[in-house]
Design a protein around this ligand. Structure first.
Ligand code: PXG
Length: 472
């Protein structure tokens, strides 16, 4: 230990002045997806505690967390049962592996519970530590499946531009964020992207239904271009989250399903965000009537209280994989503490009927309030499904125009949201929400009021600064 460290660490607590916490953070903490020097200038926001849907920062300000953290705290903050489950498990068996012909009760119980909850025959669980890891697993898993099934040429995985599937080499390659591909040598080989079904932004004069079919048929054209004997899988989020909560036209998913079936291409539904109640049912695949062969889960699986991801695979794939040694795994596959937390989270979601209540009672209320934001002069459209929604910021709403500088408009709006005690984040000209599923009517009212006020203030600033300019 370098000299002086112990003295500093002993004093870093929630009660320290914000400026000191900011300086210490700036000194040694590298943040994800962040320009560190800019952050040093503005000073990081330090969150100290949370309860329900509310966060508190080191200055005592409170915020309604309309993002549920990073789309993950489905159960809301402050459920001590999850802390107790973790503590119990840590005392009993804090770690044990699942590699060498061993297992343990939390991993066994959770796999069985997931098999009960997951739709149709997604009965088999391969654990990971996160969504990124699970999607990296999926790349090797589907390729290994086809190789073992006698089709080693089936290696290509097709994904979509503006998809988000994680940040590791494989999952970042699956994702379609061009600014991510620009760093560090992505994408890896044999991953290709088609366009997203984003009618509002890219549909032009074509109607949504026709556009949905057209975008789905890009998959068919890609498969035919490579030959179905070379295409292993298609991966997609049922509803793109990090891409801006893009709800596809209703024609899209049935056509994708037809194409995957027809050409013997595995369908991987990345339900890292849409799983565990986010769309009003347990899984987005149920809401959108999709039948995936593989499903990626993470986030809401533990409500973010512990890091855990998994790939759920159907019986046909599991049978083939079980016939070989799949040389893949992570130290923390099925970590007992994380599995115990997940089990407790699933127990509460189920016994307190949180998903049913959120989907049937609160989602229609949230939809009504959220869609009323479309009346705001700065909002081109407001869309929502279950508890994930977005609004498009527009300088000219009649023409579905985008801001010349999307990012600047979004950044101003995010700041105005914070100033009004609301956490909502910008993505390519849209502001997105995914509140905890336990949000109440009162809190939904506050969310909508604060959002409207922040939009007013954003508009004023945009007008003052002469930024009301469209892309031409
Ligand atoms: N798939 C999807 C659909 C995701 O949304 C991942 C995989 C990767 O999961 P991990 O656990 O490795 O992060 C995600 C994660 C954002 C944001 O800013 C979104 C995610 C992560 C961090 C930030 O919207 N999604």
């Amino acid at each position: 230990m370098k000299s002086g460290r112990i003295a500093v660490l002993a004093h870093i607590t929630n009660h320290m002045p914000t400026s000191e916490l900011q300086a210490l953070d700036a000194a040694h903490h590298l943040h994800p997806f962040t320009n560190g020097n800019e952050l040093k200038n503005t000073g990081v926001r330090v969150i100290t505690r949370a309860d329900g849907v509310m966060l508190t920062d080191s200055d005592g300000n409170t915020y309604l967390d309309a993002m549920a953290g990073l789309w993950c705290v489905n159960l809301g903050y402050g459920r001590s049962e999850l802390a107790d489950a973790a503590a119990r498990q840590m005392r009993e068996l804090p770690y044990s592996n699942t590699f060498f012909q061993t297992s343990h009760v939390p991993a066994i119980s959770l796999a069985n519970r997931l098999a009960e909850l997951a739709p149709h025959d997604l009965n088999n669980v391969f654990y990971a530590g996160s969504g990124s890891e699970a999607n990296d697993t999926n790349i090797r898993l589907v390729r290994t499946y086809w190789a073992e099934a006698g089709k080693p040429e089936k290696k290509i995985i097709i994904s979509r531009h503006n998809a988000y599937h994680g940040s590791a080499m494989g999952s970042g390659s699956l994702g379609g964020m061009s600014y991510m591909h620009a760093q560090g040598g992505l994408p890896i080989d044999n991953i290709h992207h088609i366009d997203q079904p984003y009618w509002y932004g890219e549909g032009g004069d074509v109607g949504p239904d026709e556009f949905g079919l057209e975008r789905a048929r890009q998959l068919e054209r890609k498969i035919l271009e490579f030959g179905q004997d070379r295409v292993a899988a298609f991966i997609a989020e049922p509803i793109q989250g990090a891409g801006g909560v893009i709800i596809p036209p209703k024609t899209y998913w049935p056509e994708i399903q037809r194409i995957c079936n027809q050409y013997n291409v595995l369908l991987i539904a990345d339900e890292v965000i849409t799983g565990f109640g986010r769309t009003g049912r347990w899984f987005g695949s149920e809401t959108l009537d999709i039948k995936p062969d593989v499903m990626t889960i993470a986030k809401g699986l533990t409500s973010g209280y512990a890091p855990l991801g998994a790939s759920l695979v159907n019986d046909r794939i599991a049978e083939v994989l079980n016939g070989c040694e799949f040389a893949h795994g992570y130290t923390y596959c099925g970590h007992p503490v994380c599995c115990a937390v997940a089990l407790e989270n699933l127990r509460i979601l189920d016994e307190e009927k949180i998903i049913e209540r959120a989907g049937r009672i609160m989602a229609p209320y949230l939809k009504e309030k959220w869609e009323s934001l479309a009346e705001h002069p700065l909002v081109g459209e407001a869309t929502i499904i279950g508890h994930m929604g977005s609004i498009a910021l527009s300088p000219d709403k009649q023409n579905r125009a985008r801001f010349a500088n999307d990012e600047e408009a979004g950044t101003i709006c995010r700041r105005k949201c914070y100033e009004n005690g609301l956490i909502m984040r910008p993505v390519h000209g849209r502001m997105v929400i995914s509140p905890p599923l336990i949000i109440t009517e009162d809190e939904i009212d506050q969310l909508a009021e604060r959002a409207w006020k922040a939009l007013d203030q954003t508009r004023s600033q945009i007008l003052d600064e002469g930024l009301m300019k469209s892309v031409h």
